[in-house]
Design a protein around this ligand. Structure first.
Ligand code: KG4
Ligand code: ZN
Length: 394
């Protein structure tokens, strides 16, 4: 049995999870800072890192307690070291280093985007919308033991296969990953665990960022994605013919034109901006948005969401066909979006793997899974593991 403690502090969630054999969730604790940042309409980096300092120890203690695990049971500690906010990442990385050093455990640095992808390898029993059956697990005797495979218990017949052994998930690579979060929008070919080739990315806003900004324009709360999804349910997706983001032959995305189109539409419903001389001190200015009629906000939200989803689905299904992938998977907070999940499923000719909605946004389960696979590849970090705020997958 290989137990990995995953730690995640890349943005505004303090999270820890214990993962068994890279697939079973023993515990999953997430302390959200949403309430703290809501009044700013986005993440306030300084406050985020200070809050991580306050929350990280109780979160890890709870994850260990929920998993009924002792430190001696653990095989490794995995931690997100990028991409993300430098001050936030530093908290997780330093705590992970301290614990690994004190307990004599291997330390593994995990890429946050890879952790999002890795939540798709979890074997969870309650899986909303999952269309690929849980991985077929065959019990196998341990194979030839390499240096890193020594980390696993050789006498345990359910121990993961050593390097070079067949993949217990029986995944046929390449797999196409659409990573859509608050900071990233990337279309990536996955050739193997840890081996990625970027096909395209956003040239401006990340898709989650576009959801958050448009939500603010519509007077909805932060985070904007769930708010837009909720309001859009009552709206007409054809009400506003917003531009479809850069439907050219590349696999890059662009969402700033769409965001501007929503702004222009919203401005039509606003009073003329006041001249400075007309302003009463302390009164609301033109920048504090008046409330749109709920019907209008719903139509704008639905039209915006449809334009985003169409752009994502069009490029993903085209890339899936061109690269003849065996399956497509969604990852990142926006993968929780119901319209995206449904439209993608309908458009693809290959199976679609979806993270459970509750695990799409930031948490540490994927850190534990990605940490397990990194461990199998022998990728143990040194004590000089550093944060890399702009770390990439490729
Ligand atoms: O992956 P994540 O939790 O954090 C980052 O790594 O950025 O993603 C957060 C983003 C936010 O922008 C949030 O608005 C968006 O994911 N999001 C959604 C939904 N749930 C979260 N966007 C669209 N629909 C949703 N249901
Ligand atoms: Zn994330």
């Amino acid at each position: 049995m290989t137990l990995v403690l995953g730690i995640e502090t890349s943005c505004d969630e303090t999270a820890a999870a214990v993962i068994a054999d890279g697939r079973a969730i023993r515990s999953n604790v997430v302390a959200s800072q949403v309430d703290l940042h809501q009044k700013y309409g986005g993440v306030f980096p300084e406050m985020a890192s200070r809050q991580h300092v306050v929350t990280i120890t109780p979160v890890i203690e709870q994850a260990m307690g929920d998993a009924q695990t002792t430190w001696d049971d653990l095989s490794a500690i995995a931690v997100t070291h990028g991409p993300g906010l430098a001050g936030s990442l530093l908290v997780g990385v330093n705590v992970a280093k301290g614990l690994a050093y004190a307990r004599g455990l291997p330390l593994v640095g995990v890429n946050h985007l890879e952790a999002h992808i890795a939540t798709n390898w979890l074997d969870v029993s309650v899986e909303e919308g999952r269309v690929v059956p849980p991985p077929v697990m065959s019990r196998r005797s341990p194979g030839p033991v390499g240096e890193q495979a020594m980390l696993f218990d050789e006498t345990d017949s359910s121990a993961p296969p050593a390097q070079g052994e067949p993949d217990p998930y029986q995944i046929t690579f390449p797999v196409l990953c659409l990573v859509v979060s608050g900071g990233h929008t990337e279309l990536v070919l996955m050739h193997d665990y840890g081996e990625y080739q970027r096909l395209g990315a956003t040239t401006d806003d990340a898709v989650g960022e576009a959801f958050d900004k448009v939500a603010r324009l519509l007077g909805l709360e932060y985070p904007g994605g769930p708010a837009i999804q909720r309001v859009a349910q009552q709206g007409n997706p054809q009400a506003y013919p917003f531009p479809r983001a850069r439907l050219d032959r590349s696999y890059d995305f662009s969402f700033s034109g769409l965001k501007t189109a929503v702004l222009r539409a919203v401005q039509k419903y606003e009073p003329e901006p006041q001249r400075p001389a007309d302003r009463v001190p302390g009164a609301a200015t033109a920048s504090s948005r008046p409330r749109l009629h709920p019907r209008t906000a719903a139509d704008l939200a639905a039209s915006f969401q449809t334009a985003v989803v169409e752009a994502l689905v069009e490029k993903t299904s085209r890339a899936a066909a061109e690269y003849k992938v065996s399956e497509v998977l969604l990852a990142g907070g926006v993968a929780a979006n119901r319209a995206l999940r449904e439209r993608m499923q309908r458009a693809l000719d290959v199976p679609l793997r979806l993270p459970p909605v509750a695990l799409a946004t930031d948490n540490a389960t994927g850190v534990g899974v990605a940490g397990y696979w990194a461990l199998r590849r022998g990728q143990v970090a040194g004590w000089d593991l550093d944060v890399v705020p702009n770390l990439t997958l490729t």
